[in-house]
Design a binder for this molecule. Structure first.
Ligand code: C2O
Ligand code: CU
Ligand code: CU
Length: 558
């Protein structure tokens, strides 16, 4: 084992982000400074603070109303990675928040208990905004999880670990894109150390890095138990000594520390075991002659290194001392239920020894905000077959759904990938097939994304988008809810929007059919006239924000 010298002494207490819960959640995105190194201020971005963001504690079934206040000097978005929400609430690149503006998504939490996260998603700026520091965890709880004997006291026996590498320049500022992401941190803490009780503890692992893949293990090759994949608990704890974690991916693990009081143990990445062709291996491409800017020299590549240290201390008052033998029922979708197969191929935009530097394409095209790559009928059950025809592994991520991996090159996935997933690493020359159902949410204008979660690749266009549609709707059709009426329609320019039920109208946004905003009314009063006479005479979309969510109606201005 080769240790990087700066990591031999883990010595900074791990930052544990604050939590936010309840039905109203306020996030303020702000610039700041943070001392990654004692006494040295580094410019950062954070949510409700200088770095990272609070952990959101959500319960399945709860309705949450979120206000995101963008106090950055830049446009951005906030995406709820892994949550099944409507496209308008998803926070993809089309749902941008201008500097000084606020965004008010609201939704019912439909997801299963697991660890999700939120991060900015503005096209071409995702890497910068995440690397500078904006990222937070989302912990969803549900009744199934609550019925199990598992550690779940946040910061006591249940710990959020946002694992990232970053690159600092000579002035200790964060470099984006990285020239050499050689600094490892957990929850923004370099050389982190945490006191943990001598009992079963739960670690919620998130790889929040821009590029690097980790091969997570414990020092001494100690066994741990994976209990959850990206979007849900597994059927039973999976006893392993390694778990691969690619950017965007999460895993929850249990570690039995009950006989280790007084000892310490490291969380590590055993990157020496990676095959070439993974960002993190000795060679990031499949051939040694291939170059990747800023990749070498980097002491983390192809080496085993510490991520953080745990000091085991006395057990706490209410310790969990056993690992359950089974968890929840996991119901993968049978392949025979699929009605559509889509084939996606990942390729470098240019060939040759420099091809690792990108850009990368999906089905030979680069991301275009105005081009809809797929239109998916609501209720479709689809097999997506992803073939990686490039020389570097890519973590594929899709919004809206959790999927089940069918196979990797025809072989069943390892146990760690047999649960609900939303990110999957596709290695060079590999084909990964997954199955997913596109349900509950439609929009004819706001798409969901699929992309490589290596943020340099995503920003470079390795992304596509899809809409999920119910049916082609007529002009007077109200397809998100029937609680609001808008009249007359067609109109010569004056309309009225009225709440039919006991709901509070908030504001409206009028867009053209490409989703471009043309008008906003901030304080919407039920029944009061709204003047649209200055808008072009054609069909527009009216997004009506209320305390029951967002409703979209088409209006014809004649
Ligand atoms: Cu974690 Cu589309 O992103
Ligand atoms: Cu996502
Ligand atoms: Cu990629």
């Amino acid at each position: 084992m080769i240790l990087v010298s700066s990591q031999i002494l883990a010595q900074n207490p791990l930052l544990i982000p604050d939590t936010l819960s309840g039905s109203n959640i306020n996030l303020t995105l702000q610039p700041g400074t943070y001392q990654f190194y004692n006494g040295i201020n580094t410019g950062t971005m954070g949510a409700n603070g200088n770095i990272l963001g609070p952990t959101l504690l959500l319960n399945q079934g709860d309705f949450v109303n979120i206000t995101v206040d963008n106090q950055l000097s830049d446009t951005t978005t906030i995406h709820w990675h892994g949550l099944h929400v409507s496209p308008e609430n998803d926070g993809g690149p089309h749902t941008y928040i201008l500097a000084g503006d606020t965004w008010n998504p609201s939704f019912t939490v439909m997801d299963k208990a697991a660890t999700y996260w939120y991060h900015p998603h503005l096209h071409r700026k995702t890497n910068e905004h995440v690397s500078k520091g904006i990222a937070g965890m989302i912990i969803v709880r549900d009744n199934e999880e609550a019925a199990l004997t598992l550690p779940r006291s946040y910061g006591v026996d249940d710990f959020p670990l946002v694992i990232q590498t970053k690159d600092f320049d000579a002035n200790n500022e964060i470099v984006v894109p990285t020239n050499s992401d050689d600094v490892v941190m957990v929850n923004a803490t370099i050389d982190a150390t945490l006191d943990v009780p001598a009992q079963i503890v739960r670690l919620r692992l998130l790889n929040g890095s821009s590029m690097r893949v980790f091969n997570i293990g414990l020092s001494g090759n100690q066994t741990f138990y994976q209990i959850a994949s990206d979007g849900g608990l597994l059927s039973s704890p999976n006893a392993i000594t390694r778990i691969q974690l690619t950017p965007g991916e999460r895993a929850e693990i249990l570690v039995d520390l009950s006989s280790m009081n007084g000892q310490s143990i490291h969380l590590m990445s055993y990157a020496s075991e990676f095959q070439n062709g993974i960002y993190g291996a000795l060679n990031p491409g499949t051939n040694a002659f291939m170059t990747l800017d800023g990749y070498n020299p980097n002491p983390l590549n192809g080496k085993d290194f510490n991520i953080m240290r745990f000091n085991v201390v006395a057990p706490n008052g209410n310790p969990i001392m056993t690992i359950p033998t089974s968890l929840v029922e996991v119901n993968p979708i049978p392949e025979s239920n699929a009605n559509t197969t889509r084939n996606l191929t990942m390729t470098p935009a240019t060939m040759g020894p420099n091809q690792l530097n990108g850009n990368f394409l999906i089905n030979n095209v680069s991301f275009d905000m105005d081009f809809m790559n797929y239109t998916i009928p609501l209720g479709n059950i689809e097999v997506w077959s992803i073939f990686n025809q490039s020389a570097i592994a890519h973590p594929f991520h899709i919004h809206d759904v959790q999927f089940f991996v069918l196979d990797r090159n025809g072989n069943p996935p390892p146990a760690s990938e047999q649960g609900r997933k939303d990110v999957i690493l596709v290695k060079p020359q590999e084909t990964v097939r997954f199955i997913a159902k596109f349900e509950d949410f439609t929009s004819e204008t706001v798409p969901y994304m699929y992309h490589c979660h290596m943020l340099v690749h995503e920003d470079g266009g390795m992304m596509g988008q899809f809409i999920v549609i119910d049916k082609i709707t007529g002009i007077n059709d109200t397809y998100l809810n029937k609680e609001i009426s808008m009249y007359p329609n067609p109109t010569t320019g004056i309309i009225h929007i009225t709440a039919l039920k006991n709901l509070e109208l908030k504001k409206i946004e009028i867009t053209d059919l490409l989703g471009r905003s043309v008008m906003m009314v901030d304080h919407l009063i039920s029944g009061k006239a709204i003047d649209l006479r200055h808008l072009p005479k054609r069909i527009h979309l009216v997004k009506i924000f209320s305390d029951h969510g967002v409703s979209i109606k088409k209006i014809m201005i004649e």
